[in-house]
Design a protein around this ligand. Structure first.
Ligand SMILES: Cc1cc2nc3c(=O)[nH]c(=O)nc-3n(C[C@H](O)[C@H](O)[C@H](O)COP(=O)(O)O)c2cc1C
Length: 358
């Protein structure tokens, strides 16, 4: 439960700027995720009408609950952004205190807020006050702290709970770490022990075993998965099956993966149109084929295609050919796959500051 909103399970999709748009959230939800937070929407009013922001705030046909993440450094503006998103269908408002981007809309925001606890609390109070009349719960996503020497997640969690936050998500890294090193779960366990509201553990959960272990170690009420769901949105169903039975379910059929990807592409083009759609779909297709046989060659070829039809045809041909030799998708150990988090972090930074660009 988040406030009065009931969630179907404890496997959540992490908000990822430039990735977790409505088509991707829908896909993850249809494959076992219980909850997905939409990408950060700027609290700057002058940007609300832009194409990027309105695409981000598009919840057409999305399974409830609709949760929208907001970020910013001005309490009054954040409160307004919350109210605006509620008008547009948000049933849960999430405050982003976990983004390592140096600048969000030319101001320090995201996890930089963890360094200024009074301001962080002011923002929480203002957003809670704006949401309460609508019965909309407010959640908070943060890191373990500012730096190794300043791990203040527990203190912020306690204060946020006092101020009326209904759920807390903790990514087990400090802001200083960016995406480097490993997530640690001791701080998440300490946050869980310090508050009564539900706590969500996040960071480096890439396998069903890790999901089980993180849940057990931290005592968290739920887990949130980001990068491991890229190109592998069925991971939520895999984890649910493993948690329920202690066994791994079979890899999905190659033809089934093709159908999921084609459906995703269809939704994706519908939201973005052909020009932007083909280009932004490349990363999703690339993630889907990374580490699969001939995946790199296919990815390079696919990046040269610039129409929906040719992209769809190439994906169809690739998976049809693969299914001749592999009835089920070959198993890929992504925990040892090449780490592209620097690129991803750059993307997050770009996503976070994109509001300033248009
Ligand atoms: C490309 C990318 C974009 C992200 N954008 C956001 C964001 O907008 N808001 C946010 O709170 N976290 C954002 N994150 C952080 C994730 O929500 C998550 O906390 C982090 O990736 C750790 O989880 P993981 O190891 O399962 O990926 C982003 C991460 C990535 C890789």
């Amino acid at each position: 439960m988040v406030g009065s909103v009931e969630l179907p399970n404890r496997l959540f999709v992490a908000p990822m700027a430039g990735v977790t748009d409505r088509p991707f959230r829908q896909l993850c939800k249809s494959l076992g995720a219980g909850y997905a937070v939409s990408e950060m929407v700027t609290s700057r009013k002058d940007l609300w009408h832009t194409l990027k922001t309105s695409r981000r705030a598009d919840h057409t046909g999305e399974n409830a609950p609709i949760s929208v993440q907001i970020a910013g450094t001005d309490a009054a503006m954040m409160a307004e952004a919350a109210a605006y998103n509620i008008e547009r269908g948000a049933q849960i408002i999430d405050i982003n205190m976990g983004c390592p981007a140096k600048k969000v809309c030319n101001k320090w925001a995201g996890s930089a807020l963890m360094q200024d606890e009074p301001l962080a609390l002011q923002i929480v109070e203002a957003v809670v006050a704006a949401c309460a009349p609508h019965g909309v719960p407010v959640t908070l996503k943060m890191r373990t702290g500012w730096s190794q020497q300043h791990k203040n997640a527990v203190r912020i969690a306690r204060a946020a709970e006092q101020a009326g936050i209904a759920m807390l998500t903790v990514h087990g890294r400090t802001r200083e770490q960016g995406y480097k090193g490993h997530a640690e779960y001791d701080t998440i366990a300490a946050v869980k022990a310090a508050v009564r509201v539900p706590v969500v553990a996040n960071g480096d959960i890439t396998t069903p075993e890790r999901a089980r272990d993180v849940l057990a170690y931290t005592g968290a009420d739920a887990i949130m998965i980001g990068r491991a769901a890229q190109g592998r949105p069925w991971i939520f169903g895999d984890i649910a099956h493993f948690l329920a039975t202690g066994e791994h379910r079979a890899q999905p059929l190659t033809q089934q993966v093709k159908r999921w990807l084609l459906e995703h592409l269809h939704d994706h083009y519908g939201l973005y149109g052909e020009f932007a759609g083909v280009r932004t779909a490349r990363k999703h297709i690339g993630w889907a084929v990374r580490a699969l046989p001939d995946g790199e060659r296919f990815r390079a070829h696919m990046n040269t295609l610039d129409s929906c039809d040719s992209q769809v045809q190439a994906v169809t041909d690739y998976f049809d050919a693969l299914s001749l030799s592999h009835d089920r998708l070959p198993w890929v150990d992504l925990s040892t796959a090449e780490d592209d988090t620097d690129a991803l972090a750059a993307e997050e930074t770009a996503g976070a500051s994109a509001c300033a660009a248009n």
